[in-house]
Design a protein around this ligand. Sequence first.
Ligand code: CP
Length: 325
Amino acid sequence: MQTDLRGRDLITTQEWTREELDTVLDVAFRLKRERALGIPHPLLRDKTLAMLFFYSSTRTRSSFEAGMAQLGGHAAFIESRTTQIAHGDTAKEIGEILGRYFDAIAIRNVDWQIGNRYIRDVAEASRVPVFNMQCDIYHPFQVLADLMTIIEKKGDPRGKTITVSWAYAASYQKPLSVPQSLILLMTRFGMNVRLVHPPEFQLMPEIVEQARENARRSGGTFEIMDDFDAGFRDADVVYPKSWGCWLTTEDPEESARIAQKYTDWIADERRLALAKEDVIYMHCLPADRNIEVTDAVIDGPHSVVYDEAENRLHVQKAVMALTMR
Ligand code: CP
């Protein structure tokens, strides 16, 4: 267990050691158990969290806000468009000033080739921890919740096969942050990770290289496939979700045209039957129902999406309690 996490930023799990991540999971399980038992845990009494959103959210906003209240503190919801950011407040000003009012700053900025840079610039100027609530590259709290869910449902993740697959969605060109963070984290924990996507939907090469290296070090495996059905075969965990073809084009109309070639990439019961009998279906949500995944799958017996969403609360409370003391 690593207890010296006070003051640490969480921008990507890749910057935390395996022992530090194990500590987060350990604390998250404790806080989940205590909440189930009705045991209060006001570990951050009088502490405050600034939550700065450049982009909408259901789960992230709600779970950070509820989590801070349950830890005895307070979270302030701040939308970029109702601040003076548009009139000149820079990342430096946000880090310097919010860092003096609050005990941590959490930010969601998913703008392509801007979000991660912005969060790092705020962190550079801030005297308090900075948390990445999703950027263009990473979504660390989502995948920590995903790992917690896999451990709950499957036990030791080592040697289990997880398929992180692209799926078709019509709504918008989604960030790469979830699949990239999944392949980075699950390879750290010795899983056999399959990344499945059509050729136009590659992830960032440097992230793929890090995932390969993580797998080599942990004793897991990492492979890239382009056959949606083959990705499901004999998997323990399937995580089919849409993402944009950002490395092919940044134009949303062209991206939509390319995605149209793959409208049959939907997670359905036939495909799920190719996986192991006790496979779990995961999705970070929101999902495009009956486009990305059928109702029968997302509402079916293999789906763990609501436990997965709940675990956002517990891992975020664990990170806040460990870093904001
Ligand atoms: N999964 C997730 O981050 O959900 P929100 O976009 O609703 O926060």
